[in-house]
Design a protein around this ligand. Structure first.
Ligand code: KIV
Ligand code: ZN
Length: 509
């Protein structure tokens, strides 16, 4: 018999907890729509109590994405459960995911609760959640460092209060496959068959996928995972890896998912572009090298028969290793084709702007790759409206060299009034940033700055992402691309300061 495995995607919740992966409400909606196309069974859309942005994202996804079950996370308290209930209101199919830590170390140091008190809290909270929603998942956080006996007692308490899925999280990525499987086997023996067992594994020791699959072998029928293996710290089990293991080794696992694997590559690209977290080239399934053969002997083998060195067909995951090379003579159809591959939708006006930027770039740089186009498209899509651009750059000049201290003079137009600022810095980007912040004042602070060259070569597009903080500790992210590193930095900074002024923030948990 082949078992049906449910894929519970938590890219928008645990995945967003990856340092630097925060997404706007609209970006989350775009990803949720793609996850639905990919065929995931459940989308954990966020932790509604955590922030206004999380609440709005869960609500919007619940309203617009109708195929998968939409899930919201809640701790064991009424305020969290109320927030999840309210955010999930528009959903066609909904789930509340209630959790509390059960390991000794958490009980003693974090919760300061006895084991009996915790069980009472679990019972009351699950019962409360159940009074609003029928589909309730319960997680004993840090399960893999909880004694199996106590974990099962707590699971039974949650089931008595109405939980329909028991999720077993390896919260700190501590488990090894055999012992994790043993835990799941034991749980399966102790709880009714109608209850789904789920696994949620973190990758601190690089075991997240192996532990999840060991869980399936032991009776779990739901896997919690993230696209590209995103997630808190070292990440969660990677969706594409668990899915392709089950598909490629169906003979071994005797299990299958409902995932349309041809959508995997596109989903990976979309998530990586919207989170700004690049996929390493040699990442299994979705890395640029995943299906590329370099050694002559391998090339000869695959030319004769692909099966010599390929256990999966690249087209089965929608992999596109070869980039379409775009130059100044390319038309908008080729550009449109690349843009839609990334899952972006652009208007005619935006396409015109993208084409203009590509042609400008093509005048300066020989080859333009998919990644350049993606960055330019994202830059145009994330452009602030005229009203949101209270600050505009009017001029900039930068001096740098090996015998002088780098310095910059910047002219900004703020609400129609021109202001000039100058500063010295450790380098030209630092000097330009300080010159801008000398005009905009001390209320906005630059917290993080990251620079990425989109493609190789000294003529690569510079992609700058920054994190700003205003005086109320609200956090704002912004990004800009330009062929000039200094201009990309200045544009990202001005965009970010404009965001702080119009307070379009999503506060990090
Ligand atoms: O890792 C974890 O324990 C979690 C829970 C909220 C399920 O993410
Ligand atoms: Zn987790």
């Amino acid at each position: 018999m082949i078992s049906a495995i449910r894929v519970f995607d938590t890219t928008l919740r645990d995945g967003e907890q990856s340092p630097g992966a925060s997404m706007s409400v609209n970006e989350k909606l775009v990803i949720a729509a793609q996850l639905s196309k990919l065929g995931v069974d459940i989308i954990e859309a966020g932790f509604p109590i955590a922030s206004k942005g999380d609440f709005e994202a869960v609500k919007l996804i619940a309203k617009k994405v109708r195929k998968p079950i939409i899930c919201g996370l809640a701790r064991c308290n009424k305020a969290d459960i109320d927030a999840a209930r309210d955010a999930l209101k528009p959903a066609k199919r909904k789930r509340i995911h209630v959790f509390i830590a059960t390991s000794d170390v958490h009980l003693k140091n974090k919760l300061r609760m006895s084991k009996e008190e915790l069980k009472k809290k679990v019972y009351e909270s699950v019962k409360y959640a159940k009074s609003f929603v029928d589909d309730i998942e319960f997680s004993p956080e840090d399960a893999s460092r909880t004694s199996v006996e106590y974990m099962i007692e707590v699971a039974k308490t949650a089931i008595a209060a109405g939980a329909t899925t028991i999720n077993v999280p390896d919260t700190v990525g501590y488990a090894e496959p055999d012992e994790f499987a043993e835990r799941i086997r034991h749980l399966r023996e102790e709880i009714p068959d109608r209850i789904t067992i789920s696994v949620h594994c973190h990758n601190d020791l690089g075991m997240a996928v192996a532990n999840s699959l060991a869980g399936v072998m032991a009776g779990a029928t739901q896997i919690e995972c993230c696209v590209n293996g995103l997630g808190e710290r070292a990440g969660n089990a990677s969706l594409e890896e668990v899915v392709m293991n089950l598909k490629t080794r169906k003979d071994f696992f005797r299990a299958q998912t409902r995932i349309n694997t041809m959508e995997i590559f596109k989903t990976s690209k979309l998530v990586s572009s919207l989170t700004g977290i690049a996929v390493q080239r040699n990442k299994a399934i979705v890395g640029m090298n995943a299906f590329a053969h370099e050694a002559g002997i391998h090339q000869h083998g695959v030319i004769t028969n692909k099966k010599t060195y390929e256990i999966m067909k690249p087209e089965d995951v929608g992999w596109e290793g070869e980039n379409l090379v775009i130059g100044k003579h390319s038309g908008k159809h080729a550009v449109m084709e690349i843009i839609s591959r990334f899952g972006f939708k652009v208007s005619e006006k935006q396409l015109k702007e993208i084409m203009g930027k590509i042609k400008d770039l093509a005048d300066k740089k020989k080859d333009i790759h998919d990644d350049d186009i993606q960055a330019i498209a994202l830059d145009v899509l994330n452009k602030l409206s005229e009203k949101e651009q209270r600050i505009k750059l009017s001029e900039i000049s930068v001096l740098s060299g090996n015998r002088i201290t780098p310095s910059a003079t910047v002219g900004l137009v703020i609400d129609g009034k021109k202001k000039l600022g100058s500063a010295a810095g450790v380098g030209p980007v630092d000097a330009a940033s300080k010159a801008i912040l000398s005009i905009t004042g001390p209320e906005v602070k630059l917290r993080e700055y990251s620079l990425k060259a989109i493609t190789g070569g000294t003529d690569a597009l510079a992609d700058v992402t920054i994190k700003l903080e205003d005086k109320n500790k609200n956090v704002f992210y912004s990004q800009a691309v330009n062929e000039d590193v200094i201009m990309a930095s200045v544009q990202a900074l001005i965009k970010g300061v404009n965001k702080t002024l119009t307070a379009k923030s999503v506060r990090r948990k």
